[in-house]
Design a protein around this ligand. Structure first.
Ligand SMILES: Nc1ncnc2c1ncn2[C@@H]1O[C@H](COP(=O)(O)OP(=O)(O)OP(=O)(O)O)[C@@H](O)[C@H]1O
Ligand SMILES: [Mg+2]
Length: 367
């Protein structure tokens, strides 16, 4: 799957911008504040229905406008065909998504249409941030190989919310609490089964990718399911009920899961340099993409914001070579054109120069 063209209206400083995209490599360069990240933001909005920079979509709409529109022609491998995907965030705060003119009912449908991976300055959080980042990473993977996971996940969130509301309530209704606990346990277990199976399948892809990226060491993964491995969740929840009541929240279950990532036996976040962490994030996301392709026959799209940052030339080359070898479409940004000239030499690509929110197609030599 790749985008053959994109139209962006009123996203941050991009008032009106069209790109004829290359099916594989798209380089976007320009000075600070020119609009490079905003282009990636527009593509991300199209694929996720939300911003990767702001919680509030109002901040993404151009200051002078009250609505934004992003649309793209999506070329799909399986089944082969062209589709028009579009999103609009209206003045009244409504969010609309359409596929070939037909309204999509949920963000999950949008995500299904345009699987994409983003790597930017915040990607370090996958290793250095809280457990939520790692759960989201696993959930992305599970969802993309099994779309029914959304429904399971929603039911789980609903049951968890209801149980937590009861726990926070002063006078406890024992029957309701028991009912929500009974509902929650199998959902937690089912989510755990999916995540574990996904991680098991992912590991061989991580190994394959890390062989292509120099110096990553031996990676190992430990999944913490959100309660002790050897215990049954039902027993844990009975034993913890008094504590849950005291703290007003459910302390064990799939919402507390985490994943420890070790390099040569040591926690990655504790031993790796900045560049190595970034490289590991690349390895994890590339592995997700190869796993996804194995399962579905489709490729995902990569958005690499400021690719040159933190990475030495050899690693940039290995990453771009890997993506190119798999025929994944990539949009990569950077401030300096020279960083890309040698990198993409000999590879078919499009290069765009962005200035004050306007993109012009550029050649590999010259300005
Ligand atoms: N809602 C908005 N309306 C108009 N302009 C905005 C809005 N939000 C951000 N901007 C401006 O858009 C410009 C482009 O931002 P962007 O993050 O895309 O730059 P960039 O090219 O990625 O820069 P850098 O190299 O520093 O990462 C910035 O000058 C920013 O102030
Ligand atoms: Mg930027």
């Amino acid at each position: 799957m790749y985008l053959s063209s994109i139209d962006i209206l009123q996203v941050r400083n991009l008032t009106s911008l069209q790109l004829e995209c290359h099916p594989a490599i798209n380089v976007i360069y320009g000075a600070n504040g020119s609009g490079k990240t905003s282009i990636l933001e527009a593509i991300y909005l199209l694929g996720r229905g939300r911003s990767f920079k702001h919680r509030d979509l109002r901040l993404v709409v151009n200051h002078e406008s009250d609505e934004l529109v992003v649309s793209a022609k999506v070329e799909r491998q399986k089944p082969k065909g062209s589709h028009r995907l579009g999103i609009r965030r209206t003045a009244k705060g409504l969010f609309e998504a359409r596929l070939d003119g037909r309204a999509l009912q949920s963000a999950a449908q949008l995500v299904e249409e345009l699987p994409l991976q983003l790597i930017d300055a915040h990607s370090f959080n996958l290793l250095e941030g809280g457990a939520l980042q790692r759960r989201q990473f696993l959930d992305w993977g599970v969802f993309h190989v099994e779309h029914s996971y959304t429904d399971l996940w929603r039911r789980f969130q609903k049951a968890l919310k209801q149980r937590n509301q009861l726990l926070r309530h002063g006078r406890i209704d024992e029957d309701s609490l028991r009912a929500w606990t009974t509902e929650l346990i199998p959902l937690s277990e089912e989510i755990t089964r999916h995540r574990r199976a996904y991680l098991e399948g992912l590991v061989e892809h991580v190994e394959a990718v890390s062989k292509e990226l120099d110096g990553l060491g031996d990676l190992s993964f430990d999944y913490y399911q959100g309660w002790a491995d050897e215990a049954s969740l039902a027993d844990v929840m009975v034993a913890d009920q008094a504590r849950d009541l005291a703290v007003g929240t459910t302390s064990h279950g799939a919402h507390k899961a985490d994943m420890k990532i070790r390099v040569d036996g040591v926690l990655a976040s504790e031993c790796l340099s900045r560049g190595q962490i970034k490289l590991l994030v690349y390895a994890l996301k590339l592995a997700q993409a190869t796993f996804y392709r194995d399962k579905t026959g489709e490729s995902c799209l990569f958005l690499l914001d400021d690719l040159p940052a933190e990475l030495d030339y050899l690693h940039r080359q290995q990453i771009v070579g890997f993506l190119r070898g798999l025929d994944y479409q990539v949009f990569m940004t950077g401030v300096d054109k020279r960083d890309f000239q040698v990198l993409v030499e000999g590879m078919a690509h499009h290069m765009f120069h962005v200035e004050h929110g306007v993109a012009t197609k550029s050649e590999i030599t010259g300005n």
